[in-house]
Design a protein around this ligand. Structure first.
Ligand code: CA2
Length: 145
């Protein structure tokens, strides 16, 4: 059995589906987990699916992924635009990193156009709602083979 794909989500995404559905869709993070599990399984992978509102906890999980994961899918949420600590942790990985966003930050406010995480990402999937996560898992599975 290959190592799992880590699917990590950042702050406030635990509330997904409860507000701003016109930007983020109606699906909850638990719905997203189900989509990711199914997509990963179709490529022979399991996932570790986690969300945190805490920057340091995300850094800990990224460090854990160095040994335990085949690839990382990360929606850093607001931390993508601010966190050098998460960027530094990602740079220590020797596995594929897919940055993922529900919305398309490039088409929104100017402060969302800068993402530190992109500097360490193998690729980015944005703008497809919950489907962004599925596409990111598919990309991760393809690269992790
Ligand atoms: O589009 C994305 O996935 C984002 O990463 C979401 C972040 C935002 O700061 C990024 O620029 C783009 C915001 C996440 C807010 O979490 C929500 C909570 C409840 C309902 C909707 C979103």
């Amino acid at each position: 059995m290959p190592k799992p794909i880590y699917v990590l989500s950042g702050p406030n995404l635990n509330l997904l589906g409860t507000r701003e559905p016109e930007i983020y869709g109606h699906q909850t993070l638990d719905d997203v987990r189900g989509l990711c599990e199914a997509r990963a399984k179709s490529f022979g992978f399991e996932i570790v699916f986690r969300q945190s509102n805490h920057e340091g906890e995300l850094v800990d999980w990224i460090q854990e992924a160095r040994e335990k994961a085949a690839a990382v899918v990360l929606n850093p949420a607001g931390y993508g635009h601010t966190s050098v600590a998460i960027l530094d942790a990602l740079k220590m990985l020797a596995i594929p990193v897919i940055e993922c966003h529900l919305s398309n930050p490039a088409a929104r406010e100017s402060f969302r156009r800068k993402t530190y995480v992109s500097l360490a990402a193998t690729g980015v999937v944005s703008g497809f709602g919950a489907k962004s996560y599925e596409l990111a898992v598919e990309a991760a599975a393809g690269l992790a083979r």
